[in-house]
Design a protein around this ligand. Structure first.
Ligand code: NAD
Length: 371
């Protein structure tokens, strides 16, 4: 650490200040804290379920983004959210009429937080209504759908961002900074274990038509995405092995546990595990010729913890969705480029890799990738 800016970056102060409702000016101590008076991203959330609720709660602490609208198929939930978040009637829609948001000047973006199979058509409708689209992961069921969503948003001249909250997480960004600075030396190996025991057998996550698959679509995607941002390369081949112990709960096309390996152009390899039937899987490990990083938890809601060969990671603990939404406001309004992209192309790459993993597991052979 050789400067105040490095120090602040290291401890993650700017992310922390964002959460405290102020903007940090690391180089101007006299103006260290200043209230935000810029443009605020006015967001409507589509899908008022578990994660939608988490995002709404986190957005209370945002300074650059604000929850102003809802889209839901359940009138009672709309009423509840109206009261809780002070949402006016004119900003409430259902799944049939939300195209009318086109005429609503008080909404800038719609955050799609519905089951995976709905993302494709809903994001395309959002684009056609001329609103920016933020879409949860996985962005679609497959690469073809993802490309159509990207094309629709380009055509409508709106932004498409994927809810990759880890791309704004301070411990994660510090490991990426260290890797870019060469502090680990040549990266040789990455390992990710991502999983939990899926409960209710009737939930949409275990329904192929709504989820598009199983654990890989939901939680394995964190291992894939993590491998890419940690190693800093795109994989050129995959191999994969599937294990199924409960074919009643995990029906045809719904993967329970998949181990997969990725190969990168530099020669680095990744070994990953995705599961809906193993608890306490939330760990990254990366080894280079000169050092290592390990994180556990690595992608859960936090607090994220980790250490490197230089010691414990001491970055700020953030509410991921608060920082994500504030950062997304700057991406949408100021064309800010995040350290790790969160655009549709980023989501498309993960889906291309998922498709290759499913294929590799099925044919029991190595599958080459060109993403
Ligand atoms: P959930 O089941 O809690 O909520 C889904 C919502 O969609 C519910 O309100 C439900 O009523 C609504 N819905 C609309 N049409 C539906 C239909 N046809 N069938 C079922 N539900 C329907 O799910 P969730 O955990 O909120 O997940 C929603 C999305 O968010 C998924 O894509 C998931 O992958 C993603 N997610 C992301 C994170 C993250 O950390 N980024 C975490 C959890 C979920």
């Amino acid at each position: 650490m050789n400067s105040r800016r490095d120090f602040l970056q290291k401890i993650g102060v700017s992310a922390l200040m964002l959460q405290l409702g102020s903007v940090a000016f690391a180089d101007t101590p006299n103006h260290f804290e200043q209230p935000y008076d810029g443009k605020v991203l006015r967001v409507a959330i589509m899908g008022l379920g578990g994660y939608g609720t988490r995002v709404a709660e986190a957005m209370k602490a945002c300074t650059k983004a604000k929850l102003v609208g809802v889209i839901s198929g359940t009138p009672s939930k709309i009423k509840e959210w109206q009261t809780k978040y002070n949402i006016p009637e004119k900003n409430c829609y259902n799944y049939e009429n939300f195209d009318q948001v086109k005429n609503n000047k008080d909404i800038d973006a719609i955050y799609v937080i519905t089951p995976n199979a709905l993302h494709h058509s809903q994001v395309i409708r959002v684009a056609k209504a001329g609103k920016h689209a933020i879409c949860e992961k996985p962005m679609a069921l497959n690469a073809i759908e993802a490309q159509e969503m990207i094309d629709a948003c380009k055509k409508a001249n709106v932004k498409l961002l994927i809810g990759y909250r880890m791309h704004f997480e301070p411990h994660t960004l510090e490991v990426i900074r260290m890797r870019k600075a060469g502090e680990f030396g040549k990266i040789m190996f990455f390992q990710a274990q991502c999983g939990f025991k899926a409960g209710d057998p009737n939930q949409w996550r275990l329904n192929k038509a709504l989820a598009g698959g199983g654990a890989m679509m939901d939680i394995g995607i964190y291992a894939i995405n993590g491998a890419r941002y940690m190693v800093g390369e795109e994989p050129i081949w995959v191999t994969a092995q599937e294990t199924k112990t409960d074919s009643l709960k995990f029906k045809e096309g719904v993967d329970e546990t998949i181990q997969f390996q990725l190969g990168f152009p530099s020669g680095a390899v990744a070994s990953c595990l995705s599961s809906y039937n193993i608890n306490y899987l939330d760990r990254f490990f990366m080894s280079g010729n000169n050092g290592f990083a390990e994180m556990q938890p690595s992608t859960g809601y936090g607090p994220i913890k980790g250490r490197t060969h230089k010691g414990e990671l001491m970055q700020a603990i953030t509410t991921h969705q608060t920082v994500q939404m504030d950062e997304m406001a700057t991406i949408i309004f100021d064309d800010n480029k995040p350290i790790v992209p969160v655009n549709g192309e980023e989501g498309l790459k993960d889906l291309k890799i998922i498709e290759a993993i499913y294929l590799a597991a099925k044919i029991e052979k190595k599958v080459n990738l060109n993403i």
